[in-house]
Design a protein around this ligand. Structure first.
Ligand code: AMP
Ligand code: GLY
Length: 444
């Protein structure tokens, strides 16, 4: 029987998931709610509004959907996975109580404290006067974070108190982030390279995918405003000694144990945002879903069937499925939980092409010209739309160009080579994705 898989979301991450699921040997039929033009070349549009959770659950039952993969955080935080599971569906993505790890940064800090996970010191404040009083004695620089989910815009790394005050006023007085900014964290500023590690889990067992590095700032040389991510590299070259154990035994396992202790059944991705500080890895944030654009770079490096992996996690038999995998391949780090999932002898990169004005107010409707995909480079669509039969820009991050190769040098050359043939007015991209990284592996 053909497996029926629904992907919820409309971004580059969801297009990348569909691309990889379409390669599954069990040849699934893919559905998208709502999807984007790229994704809808691989999937049929589900005739239902994904924001109407009961209607989506009813449609999934009717269509005999075998697996729902929820891409973005907002529906997870709002409890979509709970509604779908209550209707008897297999869902990849945590319920609202699990997703709170992303939706409430103070809650994430409390879970980390209970689980003994290393993270930055902080103070939580519920009003401006309290926050300003705390700020007086805070060391500089200081990081000010709206506790709720604010599309990456709620965090400011502040060099001085004036900048911190300005961000606090955005949260409390200007109400720039709505409910997300009603509580704020003042956080110790950490330094070091950042790394994203995606743990696929069924709440008990877990496997870590290839580490990746996002480039969050808009400008080259890590300058300018923070964005959702302008490009990513994924490679064994990002590994540092002991990283797999530090993240597995030091972060993922204790957090899952703490969640179980609280009665939370977490099935999906636990995204660990890390800073590799001189004192070891520290958790900057958790997300409750696949990273975007990390996923676009990490999935091409899988050497297993993504559909089987997601189904095993959704059904709660990840441990049994992992036990069926062959030994990790050549070059695999010894202490990496789930090392057998990744081909460590390849690397991938994604370079994002964004709209004029991003991450501020953007221009929409510019016509896009896309080159055909190549064997080692392809386009993943995000903020695109079809108007009068033409592909046009329709969002901040319009698309990502993915390249793969035997090392990052090859992967980046493949991505930039294809990007040269992508055209739309106002295209903004970084030319320095992967700059300064070791091109091949440093021994873990
Ligand atoms: P978050 O959404 O919490 O990951 O924060 C967004 C970005 O802000 C991170 O990717 C970091 O670049 C930066 N950031 C967050 N927390 C800290 C911290 N404690 N110290 C330094 N930079 C941070
Ligand atoms: N690329 C960062 C994120 O997915 O949150």
């Amino acid at each position: 029987m053909t497996p029926q898989v629904l992907i919820v979301g409309a971004g580059g991450r969801e297009h990348a998931l569909a691309r990889r699921l379409a390669e599954s040997p069990s040849r699934p039929r893919l559905w998208a709610a709502p999807g984007n033009p790229g994704l809808l070349r691989l999937a049929s549009r589900a005739p239902v509004d994904p924001a109407d959770h009961p209607a989506l659950a009813a449609w999934c039952r009717e269509a005999a959907i075998d697996l729902v993969v929820v891409g973005p955080e907002d529906p997870l935080i709002a409890g979509l996975a709970d509604v779908l599971r209550d209707a008897g569906l297999a869902v990849f993505g945590p319920g609202a109580r699990g997703a709170r790890l992303e939706g409430d940064k103070e809650h994430a800090k409390l879970v980390m404290a209970a689980a003994g996970v290393p993270t930055a010191g902080y103070a939580a404040c519920g009003d401006l006067a309290e926050a300003l009083a705390r700020l007086e004695s805070a060391a500089l620089p200081v990081v000010v974070k709206a506790c709720g989910a604010a599309q990456g815009k709620g965090v400011a790394v502040c060099a001085d108190r004036a900048a911190a005050r300005a961000h606090l006023e955005l949260c409390f007085t200007a109400d720039a982030f709505g409910d997300a900014g009603r509580r704020v964290l003042l956080e110790e500023c950490l330094t070091g390279p950042e790394l994203s590690i995606l743990a696929v889990t069924d709440g008990r067992d877990y496997a870590l995918l290839c580490p990746s590095r996002d480039h969050k700032r808009l400008g080259e040389g890590d300058t300018g405003p923070n964005t959702g991510g302008m490009g990513v590299v994924a490679s064994a070259g990002l590994l540092t000694p002991g990283l797999g154990r530090a993240v597995g035994e030091g972060v993922v396992a204790p957090v899952l144990a703490e969640l179980r202790r609280r009665g939370v059944d977490y099935r999906g991705v636990l995204y660990v945002g890390l800073m590799l500080t001189p004192d070891g890895p520290r958790v900057l944030e958790f997300n409750c879903r696949f990273g975007d654009p990390e996923t676009q770079a990490v999935l091409p490096l899988l050497r297993v069937d993504l559909l089987e992996l997601l189904l095993a996690a959704a059904r709660g038999d990840l441990g049994a499925w992992l036990a069926t995998l062959p030994e990790p391949g050549p070059g695999a780090p010894r202490d990496w939980p789930g090392a057998a999932l990744t081909d460590w002898e390849r690397a991938a990169a994604v370079v994002v092409a964004a709209s004029h004005g991003y991450p501020g107010p953007i221009r929409r409707g510019d016509a896009i010209t896309l080159p055909p995909d190549r064997e080692r480079a392809w386009v993943v669509q995000a903020g695109t739309a079809e108007r009068d039969g033409r592909l046009v820009t329709a969002g901040g991050r319009v698309l990502g160009v993915v390249g793969e190769g035997r090392d990052l040098r090859e992967a980046l050359a493949a991505a930039y080579g294809l990007l040269a043939d992508v055209r739309f007015d106002g295209l903004v991209c970084r030319r320095d994705i992967g700059g300064g990284l070791p091109p091949s592996r440093s021994e873990p």
